[in-house]
Design a binder for this molecule. Structure first.
Ligand code: MIC
Ligand code: SF4
Length: 643
């Protein structure tokens, strides 16, 4: 039987396990990426494994999240640690200013047909160039750097069948927003989203990458496009034609689901606060006053996206509305460089846009927080409550076309009203200059790793006890994000300092949570559907572990977060009967006994001591995950196995 693109990629990298949907398989990882906010922890874990040099084909350590800290040494210390460590262990180091990891990797390193694991949830951006690119926790990435396989549940594959061609002022972002409208933020869990159909050939690689990037918001394992002539032309323009390889679905390939999307009929779309799936047509909310517009992030910061904004200002003779603060964050040094040379940058400056560094910036709450109660239109991928740094800020997610229309008129405006569309052609040649990527040392023995005081040791815990007992420390609703669990923004600088960062756990919901957890020696957390969606940050498991959290009982979990919890020995458990969620309240005393043998069965019982009631739970762990949990986490498990 023929295979689809996702199956070809997985099957060609299979190390062990059966290629049967729903079963756990192990795949070989060719490339890894890390970014600074998750990288320090990932490398501390890699060091703990005692492997002298990475065993991947390519590993790159990017600095793009925390670059311009105000009043403190923490970021700079992290950068120095990351650079020296990369040099010693055979890792390429992309210096701050070289760009956002996903954009740079697509331009300079991504290869069709390869697998990639990244300690950032938007790693699937690489799917735009025909890679099987998956986001994971830093510990999983560390294992992959050490040559270990990555375990995943063999996914369902959904075909998104694209028909026709996008109309002017409608772009790739509108495609993924429309899919989010139809599928919601949990619609992609356990699935790979594969794009096909005759509409694919009209989308450039950066446009495809916008779509695969934001597939993360669907909760999908990853998203992937075939590798075709468009991919070849992109790689050739990057001076990397030799990296091209054709990759397409067999004519008789089968899919588990199919979604048809007629690009001719698509209109500009926008996601309203505070979830990426709260999508409607831009025309439905036209006229709303806008305080801020931000263009950038790993979703929409390519040459095409920024030039589109620049050309719209220039061709129409427009300026940024006097009551709008507009920022531009280029995705890479390449984009910035090319726009400096072709005057695209000058037109943005002339129009009154504020130019930021080629980093994540406002997307992760680093600057440009909206004014109180203000409306911010962003070309980003997430609009979770508080992520922008302003709790009552209203963040909308849209395309660069919709963003520039709002920046010009000061109100939400359907970009189709802007007149003639300034089509941006893909350059025949990109400006290639990799001088901000530092290759690893030729003689690693001469490199010493520099550790400042912000680089704290990894917290540890022992094996799983037979009984878990404690109070419900917090009861939460559906779609709790990792930004709710361990916020970013001003807390980001403590990513290498778990004791300090643990003070942030649930701080936006209950500022005293960490004190409560410490005082009671830890306890349980109860959640609704899709617990832990969003970022890959393993801190959302590591910091609760540090505070003594024993298990999270929820209706369902997001994939990466569930894996992270297992990695750190916290039990992710689901209600066998979701209605039992109502049978537990904040402060209830819970108890689980006989865990050592009990995990061999998928059904467990938790006793609500306060209400004298037993509740059935499921775990759904693979045999490997059971052993990991029993050992108290992946590091304990792998160390025990290698003895
Ligand atoms: C994000 O967009 O939330 C981040 C910051 O890039 C995270 C990674 C992190 O928390 O460091 C992600 O998406 O995985
Ligand atoms: Fe950076 Fe934002 Fe992309 Fe995360 S989503 S990698 S913070 S640009």
């Amino acid at each position: 039987m023929g295979k689809n693109v996702a199956q070809k990629l997985i099957d060609s990298h299979l190390v062990s396990g059966e290629a049967v949907q729903g079963k756990e398989v192990n795949i070989r990882i060719d490339q890894t990426i890390t970014q600074d906010a998750t990288g320090t922890m990932s490398y501390l874990q890699f060091e703990a494994m005692g492997v002298p040099k990475v065993k991947t084909e390519l590993s790159v350590s990017y600095v793009d999240h925390n670059t311009l800290q105000y009043g403190g040494f923490e970021n700079a210390d992290d950068h120095r640690f990351l650079q020296t460590l990369a040099s010693k262990y055979g890792i390429h180091f992309s210096r701050p200013g070289n760009g956002i990891c996903h954009q740079v990797h697509l331009e300079r390193f991504g290869k069709p047909g390869k697998t990639m694991l990244g300690s950032d949830s938007h790693t699937p951006t690489g799917g735009g160039i025909g890679m099987l690119a998956i986001g994971a926790g830093g510990l999983d990435v560390a294992v992959a750097m050490g040559g270990g396989p990555f375990s995943l549940v063999y996914p369902k594959v959904v075909l998104v069948n694209l028909k026709g061609k996008l109309k002017p002022w409608v772009s790739a972002k509108d495609i993924i927003l429309e899919l989010l409208r139809r599928m919601t933020v949990k619609g992609g869990v356990g699935k790979v989203i594969e794009y096909g159909g005759e509409g694919v050939k009209h989308l450039s690689v950066p446009e495809r990458a916008t779509i695969t990037n934001m597939g993360a918001e669907l909760g999908a394992t990853t998203s992937v496009f075939p590798s075709d002539d468009v991919t070849k032309a992109f790689l050739a323009a990057q001076g990397r034609e030799k990296d091209w390889k054709e990759l397409s679905a067999d004519p008789d390939a089968k899919y588990d689901e199919q979604i048809d999307l007629d690009l001719n009929k698509l209109e500009p779309m926008i996601a309203k606060p505070h979830m990426p799936d709260q999508v409607c047509k831009v025309s439905e909310i036209e006229g709303m006053k806008v305080d801020q517009v931000c263009v950038g992030s790993c979703t929409n910061s390519s040459f095409r996206d920024l030039m589109l904004v620049s050309e719209t200002f220039k061709k129409g003779g427009f300026k940024v509305h006097p009551e709008v603060s507009m920022t531009i964050s280029p995705g890479s040094k390449q984009v910035l460089d090319m726009m400096a040379l072709n005057k695209g940058l000058a037109h943005l400056i002339e129009a009154g846009a504020r130019i930021l560094e080629a980093t994540c910036g406002p997307c992760i709450g680093n600057g440009q927080s909206p004014p109180s109660g203000g409306v911010s239109l962003r070309t980003f991928n997430r609009n979770f409550i508080g992520r922008s740094g302003t709790k009552d800020g209203k963040v909308f997610l849209c395309s660069p076309e919709t963003a520039v229309a709002a920046a010009i008129y000061g109100v939400i405006t359907d970009p189709r009203k802007l007149g003639k569309f300034p089509k941006v052609k893909m350059p025949a040649e990109f400006l290639v200059d990799d001088s901000m990527v530092v290759p690893p040392a030729k003689d690693p023995s001469k490199v010493s790793i520099v550790r400042g005081p912000n680089i704290q040791a990894l917290p540890k815990q022992g094996p799983l006890p037979d009984t878990l007992k404690g109070k419900v420390l917090i009861k939460l609703g559906d779609n709790i994000t990792t930004d709710d669990i361990t916020p970013a923004g001003t807390w980001l600088k403590y990513r290498s300092n778990v004791p300090k960062y643990s003070e942030s756990v649930f701080a936006q919901i209950d500022a005293r949570f960490h004190e409560k957890a410490k005082a009671t020696g830890g306890g349980f957390v109860v959640g609704g559907e899709n617990y832990g969606q969003g970022s890959s940050r393993e801190h959302a498991a590591l910091c609760p572990m540090y505070l003594g959290i024993k298990a999270i009982v929820a209706k369902s979990f997001a994939r990466i977060h569930k894996d992270n919890l297992v990695n750190f020995g916290i039990l992710p458990l689901t209600f066998a009967n979701p209605a039992d969620y109502d049978g537990i309240s904040d402060g209830d005393e819970l108890e689980m006994t006989g865990l050592k043998g009990g995990l061999n069965s998928d059904t467990l019982v938790i006793k609500n001591v306060t209400r004298d009631k037993e509740i059935k739970l499921k775990h759904g762990y693979s045999p490997r995950q059971v052993e990991t949990i029993l050992a108290g986490g992946t590091l304990n498990y792998t160390t025990a196995k290698s003895r």
